[in-house]
Design a protein around this ligand. Structure first.
Ligand code: SF4
Length: 314
């Protein structure tokens, strides 16, 4: 039977960012250095495939520090942790390695700086996301105001509008955040913010790459896990920029090919925590069903790398 033609427009950059790459290397090096098992507090990055691969190498993922035995090392995830976590690890004399992405640590420091200068910090982000919990946990309880969307920015009440600053989660929608920041600035003209946006280069670049192909695609697949914030944002961006349908697919085996219908051009990208292998897997699965032509559309080159913590390279 002749296969129907399908053009895959492959967004680039896509997939792993420097922070995710570093976090995975940290767990692998910690296992090499300290032996098995190495405990990891929370999913090191939001991707099941990555988590299972690390489990196979000797990592044990736990929710909280009290599940870590006194004599084993523990790694903190790329999303960052509240200050209480390293404090508790130190109290228990645990050997810990912090895999917080340096771009998340930068937001932590900004929030601290504003707090020390007497400003109330408004954090733009999604309630319950580990990064938001970690950033809020840099300051004393109750001193960060969380704003999730523009409606909340419009109704936010603050006690001292002249002493206000904002910071953002690193993996937000660039477009939504512009609206939220504009609302805050209109309501509180003295509010201070970062010189450069807190939304990281990887989130920005992956969203821009999707915007560049969205209109040309009949459908878009974002390879990523349902709990990955930046992956979910890519689905929204595709829909907002003219792609008729877009969805998150964790792995090729979970792809509903009937959903494609008569699509002739399929956009494919991957969230910052999804390995390229999963993109290859999806393309291979598409080739079994269609006569596939792949066209990569690159909007920018990335060359960001982060150093590993000294304790793992010395
Ligand atoms: S998405 Fe951005 S902030 Fe998050 S780990 Fe990657 S580079 Fe760091």
């Amino acid at each position: 039977m002749t296969k129907k033609p399908l053009t895959i427009l492959l967004a680039s950059p896509r997939g792993f960012c420097a922070g995710v790459d570093r976090a995975i290397q940290i767990v692998e090096r910690a296992i090499e250095r300290y032996g098995r098992p190495v405990y990891v507090r929370h999913e090191i990055v939001h991707n099941r495939f990555v988590v299972e691969s690390l489990e196979a190498k000797g990592a044990i993922f736990v929710d909280e520090l009290d599940q870590v035995p006194d004599d084993r090392p523990v790694v903190f995830s790329a999303h960052g942790v509240p200050k209480s976590v390293p404090a508790e690890a130190t109290r228990r004399n645990l050997l810990y390695v912090d895999a917080t992405c340096p771009l998340v640590s930068k937001v932590h420091r900004e929030a601290e700086r504003h707090h020390q200068s007497g400003r109330t910090v408004v954090l733009i982000g999604h309630a319950g996301h580990p990064e938001v919990i970690g950033t809020m946990g840099q300051l004393p309880e109750g001193s960060v105001l969380l704003v999730e969307d523009q409606a909340q920015a419009e109704t936010l009440e603050v006690s001292d509008p002249l002493n206000l600053a904002y910071a953002t989660q690193t993996t937000l929608s660039v477009d939504d955040t512009i609206g939220i920041v504009a609302a805050l600035k209109r309501r509180f003209p003295a509010i201070q913010g970062p010189k450069m946006e807190d939304i990281c280069y990887a989130t920005t670049n992956r969203q821009a790459a999707v915007k560049a192909i969205a209109e040309r695609c009949d459908a878009m697949v974002v390879i990523g896990s349902p709990n990955s914030s930046n992956s979910k944002r890519l689905v929204e961006v595709a829909a907002n920029y003219g792609c008729a349908k877009a969805r998150l697919v964790p792995r090729a085996g979970e792809m509903d090919w009937d959903w494609l219908g008569d699509a002739k051009r399929l956009g494919v990208t991957a969230g910052a925590s999804a390995p390229e292998l999963l993109v290859d897997e999806l393309i291979a699965a598409a080739r079994q069903r269609y006569d596939v032509t792949v066209e990569e559309v690159r909007t920018t080159d990335e060359n960001v790398t982060f150093k590993l913590p000294r304790q793992l390279v010395a």
